[in-house]
Design a protein around this ligand. Structure first.
Ligand code: NAD
Length: 559
């Protein structure tokens, strides 16, 4: 939390007029009602949040966002126990409560209370304090299922934190386990208990009663079975990205969540990329107008990942002789043809148009090119006589998926992992006022923007000035903490959100319904391609709740 000075009002039932007293954040304020005032947008929206020092009997499920005309501190007080946040500094403060904007005049509390009392009936829809509630579990005990290269990235993030204990790790690969333990030792922390006895030993880790949550960063085919087992064992899940092996698996994970109520976070780190979050911020400010069309994808030459033994750069082995992902990922290219990695492209744009939260995907269809790239690579590196040159890959080199959304937007996803090309996820966000398109890997100056009546007519502008100006408050606040973290810092944010939500027992910004919807693209795209591009209905995993679920991702600078 930053060092904003908070001005808290003492309030007692007996006293009619509140007395203003200044408190720095976290200083004990026995009867102060509002503890936390944070700058959530560059245009000075604030979230008021109840902190740990509420007097007994106060409702903790309240918060409000205040838009201030300038960056002055907010005076705020909680004045009753029901729907009872009022905030005022001077004339003209506008206060957003349950999506309603109410302009506060200094003593116009009566109207505010009336309005918010009405809105309070629907409070559970927004559940604001459940978004940013106070810490109720200061220490989180973690297990890691799979500590390959990605699992070790999560491990590194966790080792930096003093509010996390690494209890145990499960991975059948003893070399990977040794690498992970070495990282723990280097951080000066206690060695984790190891589960290395085959691919099912993670189940013994799940039996432990000293673990709150697990990261799952295993090969794709293991994600959902392990996630479901973890939820059934009462362990909160942080799940890595990929696509489902079967559509039914998506239903199974949702149904397990609904049965157990054990939450799962979809660890889609690209949602937290700095340029993506700035564009998300611009979208939410209405800069692009009404959103019409979005694009994204996974356009990454993976040939050196899909082949190789980790030693010789010309090696084209995979499977048992492979290293890291070539051990298992390449096998998916042998038998399936679909968008096998949809979430990096879909997740970021999904949050911009509130999929599963007021919007949803209804249909998709996919087409694929022929398969050439992997075979060519084997021949080029290993020679035409290499045994793998005889292998037939079913996966087409480029898969294009078009998606229709309930609110009228379209999305195009592109999977392009087998051809020579520089890395670029191909994002485009287009609305009725203009668009952003990027061609780099996350830097603010590798995109272009055009905004009607702002940009010179019919000319692209560089994106840097815009993305710097609309830098998301989360990045403004935590960019220093994110320095050195994986993927340009975005891994800090995704893991930080996972841990902070667990500490507060609040909803994850990217949840099991997002995971099911995004993962479902894989089996549905495979089916569509098999059927010659036939349109597939995308299930509503929320069972209608998408109509009332509220956005969580990116709505504040908390996490
Ligand atoms: N979000 C990102 O930016 C990002 C980046 C890289 C990888 N990933 C994803 O992370 C996951 C792991 O990828 P990786 O690069 O670490 O691969 P990896 O091959 O380096 O690691 C996978 C590990 O899983 C272990 N494993 C296999 N079966 C297991 C089981 N039954 N139980 C426990 N462990 C098991 C393997 O021994 C290996 O150590 C994949 O889903 C991948 O798509 C995400």
């Amino acid at each position: 939390m930053n060092s904003l000075t908070l001005i808290c009002f003492f309030y007692t039932i007996k006293k009619k007029a509140p007395v203003a007293t200044e408190y720095p954040f976290r200083r004990k304020a026995e009867r102060s009602a509002i503890i936390n005032v944070t700058n959530t947008t560059k245009s000075y929206a604030y979230v008021l949040q109840q902190g740990p020092y509420l007097p007994a009997g106060y409702d903790r499920k309240l918060t409000a966002a205040i838009t201030m005309p300038d960056n002055q501190p907010v005076l705020c007080t909680q004045i009753s126990t029901n729907v009872c946040i009022s905030a005022y500094k001077k004339e003209g403060v506008s206060l957003r409560y349950n999506h309603k904007f109410i302009t506060m005049n200094r003593y116009d509390r009566r109207k505010f209370l009336r309005d918010t009392t009405m809105a309070g009936i629907g409070l559970s829809l927004l559940q604001p304090a459940r978004l940013f509630g106070s810490v109720i579990k200061p220490q989180v005990r973690i297990g890691l299922i799979a500590v390959g290269l990605r699992g070790q990235t999560h491990l590194e993030e966790m080792l930096k934190r003093s509010d996390v204990d690494i209890i145990a790790m499960a991975d059948p690969d003893k070399d990977m386990m040794a690498m992970a333990q070495k990282r723990i030792a280097k951080a000066g922390k206690k060695a984790a208990v190891e589960y290395t006895n085959g691919p099912h030993d993670y189940k013994n880790l799940l039996k432990r009663d000293d673990i709150d949550a697990v990261f799952i960063a295993s090969p794709w085919e293991w994600h959902l079975p392990q996630g479901i087992d973890a939820m059934n064992a009462g362990k909160i899940v942080g799940m890595e990205v990929c696509g489902a092996q079967k559509l039914q698996d998506c239903w199974d994970v949702v149904n397990t969540y609904e049965k157990t109520k054990v939450p799962l976070m979809m660890l889609e780190n690209v949602c937290y990329r700095r340029d993506i979050m700035a564009v998300h911020h611009m979208v939410k400010q209405g800069m692009f107008g009404e959103i019409l069309h979005l694009q994204g994808g996974y356009q990454h030459d993976l040939r050196t990942v899909l082949f190789g033994n980790g030693k010789d750069k010309n090696n084209v082995d995979f499977g048992e002789k492979g290293f890291s992902e070539s051990k298992w990922r390449t096998a998916h290219y042998l038998h399936n043809n679909g968008d096998n990695y949809p979430t990096h492209g879909l997740g970021p744009v999904a949050t911009m148009i509130d999929l599963n939260r007021g919007n949803r995907i209804t249909h998709l269809s996919s087409v694929s090119t022929k398969s050439r790239g992997l075979h060519r690579y084997i021949e080029k590196k290993g020679g035409a006589d290499h045994p793998n040159a005889k292998v037939k890959f079913v996966q087409g080199d480029i898969v294009t998926t078009q998606i229709q959304c309930a609110n009228g937007e379209t999305i195009v996803l592109s999977l392009d992992t087998c051809s020579p090309r520089p890395y670029n996820l191909g994002f485009r966000v287009q609305g009725t006022n203009g668009l952003w398109q990027e061609y780099g890997s996350g830097a603010s100056d590798t995109g272009r923007i055009y905004l009607e009546d702002v940009s010179p007519y019919d000319e692209w502008e560089g994106s840097k000035a815009y993305l710097d100006k609309y830098d998301h408050p989360l990045w403004q606040r935590y960019s220093k903490d994110a320095e050195g973290s994986g993927h340009g810092g975005m891994d800090f944010f995704v893991d930080n959100a996972f841990i902070e939500c667990i500490k507060r027992n609040v909803a994850f910004p990217l949840d099991v319904y997002d995971l099911a919807t995004w993962y479902a693209v894989t089996p549905l795209s495979e089916k569509s391609i098999l059927e010659g591009g036939q349109v597939q209905a995308v299930p509503d995993f929320t069972k209608g709740a998408w109509k009332t679920r509220q956005p969580v991702f990116g709505v504040s600078n908390e996490f």
